[in-house]
Write a protein that binds this ligand. Structure first.
Ligand SMILES: Cc1cc2nc3c(=O)[nH]c(=O)nc-3n(C[C@H](O)[C@H](O)[C@H](O)COP(=O)(O)OP(=O)(O)OC[C@H]3O[C@@H](n4cnc5c(N)ncnc54)[C@H](O)[C@@H]3O)c2cc1C
Length: 404
């Protein structure tokens, strides 16, 4: 058996096939084996579906539904909770967008301050002398995926053993991960460093690495023995989320598609009134250094396949550069339509681009709706505190959303 991550085809069909093949493992097997990192080409105890979920080629609720369709809630609870971690992080950041802005500012400052420093170059090239870390650097760069446990060890070694700025490690992940995601990535790095759950850090230990890599690595004597929380501002209080109401299905509209939600067939919109698609790929903005060619290729293929239906329906598609707001607005105006709809893009590069487009659309008397899915509207508001509180709401969320 191989995993989808070994040959990542950017289509919804391949994600559905992987989910189907992984179904038998969504219960007790996942809970028992998910923490083992068996190494590249052997990631068979986790789904490896995150790149597809990240871009919504497959939906969180489809993962939960597959688990509940083949196992009891009790047996699949661990898997379901992991799926809800993504929803929790997204909701948490959506209510505190300043945390993303602060990350961007610190990252840019750290990039300038650390430019050319040899310690940083050794880490980026996998030449630190810590065999497991150097291996994960290569695995990340070559396969664009790391197991969750390896991500935790990696971030911990980066921060507490190598003493490098956490923002530069987070940025390295954003360049190379197929699932690079502002919420899950930034907040997980903050969590490891003790910024997210104040005072609580994650320390990578040699015996834990040895056990969960099944003896592939044992960095005894090479790792920091304690992890003092990093200094940083307190997270701001959560703002109240407000979502726009669904649009009038009979009014003609232009659909702006970004890489953040490619599940167009399950959006609550009427294809009947769709007049034009504008395709804006903002993924290069995940990092000031851009993204790796394989990640760029995956996203670009994912976007092309997601809008393939437009050809069949004879709907014109225009590709616009995210920096070319004039081009986007001119394309909308040329279509003669006065309404833009776009799937809600959470905090991150696509949301920033859409914010500028929205302002310009309104100046031009074009209405602009960011269409949030029911799943996000229902789950995100629960992310006001820690995951423990959020987790308690999972059974009622599943019932309210009719997943099962
Ligand atoms: C330092 C660090 C950085 C990370 N950066 C990212 C990132 O940029 N993008 C990203 O998608 N995830 C990130 N994660 C979370 C997690 O590692 C990945 O989502 C997970 O490893 C994906 O593998 P999988 O699909 O095999 O997960 P599975 O174990 O099969 O889980 C199923 C699904 O649940 C979700 N999920 C599982 N674990 C987590 C988690 N800890 N947080 C959020 N969602 C989760 C994912 O959608 C995943 O596809 C990061 C974690 C750490 C510790």
């Amino acid at each position: 058996m191989t995993s989808i991550i070994d040959k990542p085809l950017a289509t919804r069909e391949s994600a559905l096939e992987q989910l189907d093949a992984f179904k038998p493992k969504l219960g007790h097997a996942y809970a028992a084996d998910r923490n083992f990192d068996n190494g590249p080409h052997e990631h068979l105890s986790v789904s490896t579906l995150s790149p597809w979920v990240r871009h919504r080629l497959i939906l969180e609720e489809e993962l939960v539904s597959a688990a509940l369709g083949s196992h009891s809630f009790a047996a699949s609870e661990k898997f379901i909770q992991e799926v809800f971690w993504r929803s929790y992080w997204k909701g948490w950041l959506e209510m505190r967008p300043q945390v993303w802005r602060d990350y961007e500012l610190s990252r840019d400052q750290d990039l300038a301050d650390w430019e050319g420093k040899s310690e940083l170059q050794e880490a980026f090239t996998g030449n630190t002398g810590i065999a497991c870390f150097d291996f994960w650097v290569r695995e990340l760069v070559e396969t664009n995926y790391l197991h969750n446990h390896a991500r935790m060890w990696f971030a911990s070694i980066w921060i507490f053993t190598l003493r490098l700025p956490w923002t530069l490690g987070a940025d390295f992940f954003m360049q190379h991960l197929l699932d690079g995601d502002p919420a899950s990535n930034t907040l997980s790095w903050r969590w490891v460093g003790g910024l997210q759950t104040r005072g609580k850090t994650y320390l990578a230990r040699a015996d834990n690495i040895c056990k969960f890599t099944r003896g592939r690595f044992n960095p005894a004597g090479q790792l920091a023995m304690d992890a003092q929380p990093l200094d940083g501002p307190m997270a701001p209080a959560p703002k109240t989320l407000s979502f726009q109401n669904p649009v009038n299905p009979d009014t003609p509209y232009v659909l702006i598609v970004t890489e953040d939600d490619l599940g167009l067939e399950s959006l609550d919109i009427s294809p009947k009134s769709l007049r034009q698609i504008i395709y804006v790929n903002c993924s290069e903005k995940r990092s000031p250094n851009g993204i790796s060619p394989r990640v760029a290729g995956f996203i670009s293929n994912a976007m092309s396949t997601a809008i393939k239906f437009a050809n069949e329906m004879d709907i014109p598609v225009s590709k616009c550069d995210p920096g070319d707001v004039n081009g986007i607005i001119n394309t909308v105006s040329a279509s003669g339509v006065k309404q833009v709809i776009t799937p809600f893009a959470p905090v991150g590069p696509a949301q920033d681009v859409l914010g500028v487009v929205e302002d310009r659309a309104i100046e031009n008397n074009i209405s602009f709706t960011r269409l949030a899915r029911s799943y996000d509207r229902e789950t995100w508001p629960y992310a006001t505190k820690g995951f423990f509180k959020f987790k308690e709401a999972i059974p009622s969320l599943i019932a309210r959303l009719g997943i099962g």
